[in-house]
Design a binder for this molecule. Structure first.
Ligand code: ADP
Length: 462
């Protein structure tokens, strides 16, 4: 099959979260399984010739390669994409995001015709590229080139929908009749993800549990009704993890490589992390790690409630993340109070992320909701035991055999589970066996890619 992956961020070129990991790794797994694919993304300022091998196609189009021979096309536009960040600056979302990403989507559809790549499937990710199925079913409805092309939309987080004021609708270049409750209107605003959900041939999300959750009022963010109508076209495929990047045996960012057959290196990684973080070098004290967006979704509300009590336990905690200012302030204050317990790093730092996954004993991921979650998958690979709330992809991947789970989204339950983990940590034999079980879990892309191919086949048959 000929598959086009459209995403607003793709590893290794640009990343703000798990979407980029998926958009970068799935094409590789598909290539391995014999599919023919290309990727299309915007060219942000950070995608420099000096860093990547980039060739030019035409004035506003360039490309690089990933995998064995997958072309990643970049859509260039000085005004829209030559910026430091992807979606936001210090004032919040860029005000012209609708224009930026609708431009990207239309240019992508034109590009495919120019390079004569007639896709069986265009796989779009999240609201930023949900314009693609929308345009295909409207502006391109009678275009012979796309006659057989089907679209699959993967929702990575239904909390981010691309909501814009009604006044921006004309910028889409579509007829006002599309601005109705059945299609693009959402409580008086334009909702781009809703457009993607209505106009794509199949909808997918990133774990089986999350695909069920988003059909409920609690998790659907107002779009549960739209999904209910498309229930038969909704699927949930668990993300895989790119084990060529996340592999403790070959990881160049960590002080000592290790494997499940020889875990000794992990202790050196712990020491290295403690040193880096100016924490006391103590082997017997469990080191907790967090690598996360600092957002309520990620559990920082209940963590904040319990943080004082947590800091009075016998543990250490390293936090790496950026996000809501509220949590930047709150955590900075806590660090001042407990400098020997917490080490805080308010930034996006891939190298430090690797060090935390490798050097921690326990990975804290108390997300309120979690479509799939990659942090827990990475930590499992590094023998760092995840401690999670039972939700979404966390519920599908962590259980009492490979981690710690709490079942009520309350700070008391989180605290109790942390205490339980501390007790478990004291039993060397049991802990080693837990580490072994964690490291042996297989969340590689192989199985997920197979499921995606079946999904594409289903879409093609529609
Ligand atoms: P989400 O996409 O909701 O943010 P995921 O768990 O799916 O959450 O993916 C997050 C990805 O981003 C993981 O690969 C994680 O390691 C990485 N990440 C998150 N915050 C940071 C940070 N501050 N520095 C480096 N990597 C980060």
């Amino acid at each position: 099959m000929k598959i086009v992956m459209c995403a607003s961020e793709v590893v290794p070129f640009a990343k703000t979260g798990g979407l980029a990991d998926v958009a970068g790794a799935l094409p590789l797994a598909l290539e391995e399984s014999g599919q023919e694919g290309i990727v299309i993304m915007p060219r942000y300022r950070a995608i420099q010739d000096a860093k990547f091998k980039i060739s030019r196609v035409k004035e506003d189009i360039s490309y690089s390669r990933i995998g064995k021979n997958i072309k990643v096309y970049f859509i260039e536009n000085e005004q829209y994409f030559n910026r430091d960040n992807l979606y936001t600056d210090k004032n919040g979302d860029y005000p012209d995001n609708l224009e930026r990403f609708s431009y990207y989507s239309r240019r992508a559809l034109e590009l495919l015709k120019e390079i004569k790549f007639k896709p069986d499937i265009i796989h779009v990710h999240d609201w930023q590229v949900s314009f693609v199925p929308l345009y295909l079913k409207t502006l391109y409805a009678n275009d012979a080139f796309y006659k057989k092309t089907k679209t699959v939309l993967t929702i990575h987080n239904i909390g981010y929908q691309g909501l814009f004021p009604k006044e921006e609708f004309p910028k889409l270049g579509l007829d006002w009749s599309l601005f109705d409750m059945e299609r693009l209107e959402f409580y008086g605003k334009v909702n781009i993800l809703k457009g993607g959900m209505v106009f794509s041939d199949l909808i997918n999300t990133v774990s089986p549990t999350y695909s069920k959750e988003i059909q409920t009022k609690e998790f659907g963010f107002g779009l549960e009704g739209v999904l209910a109508k498309r229930k038969k076209s909704l699927f949930g495929i668990l993300n895989g993890l790119d084990y060529s990047i996340w592999n403790p045996e070959t990881d160049k960012f960590i002080a000592a490589q290790f494997s499940n057959k020889n875990v000794k290196g992990k202790l050196r990684d712990k020491e290295d992390l403690q040193k880096f973080c100016n924490l006391p070098l103590a082997k017997g004290i469990p080191l907790f790690g967090i690598v996360s967006r600092l957002a309520e979704q990620k559990g920082f509300d209940i963590l904040a409630e319990a943080i004082d009590a947590i800091c009075n336990l016998k543990l250490q905690l390293v936090i790496l993340g950026t996000g809501d200012l509220k949590y930047h302030t709150l955590l900075s204050d806590i660090v001042k109070k407990y400098p020997k317990v917490i080490s805080l790093h308010l930034k996006f730092d891939d190298t430090l992320a690797h060090k935390i996954y490798a050097g921690s004993d326990i990975f804290l991921m108390p997300s309120k909701y979690e479509p799939c979650g990659l942090g827990q998958l990475i930590s499992l690979r590094y023998g760092t035991i995840p401690l999670v709330f039972k939700t979404g992809g966390l519920a599908d991947t962590v259980n009492k055999d490979n981690g710690f789970v709490f079942y009520q989204y309350k700070s008391e339950a989180l605290f109790k589970t942390i205490k339980g983990a501390l007790t478990a940590f004291q039993d060397d034999k049991k802990w080693s066996s837990l580490v072994q079980k964690a490291m042996k879990c297989d969340f590689s892309w192989k199985e997920s890619a197979k499921q995606y191919v079946r999904l594409y086949e289903k879409a093609s048959a529609k």
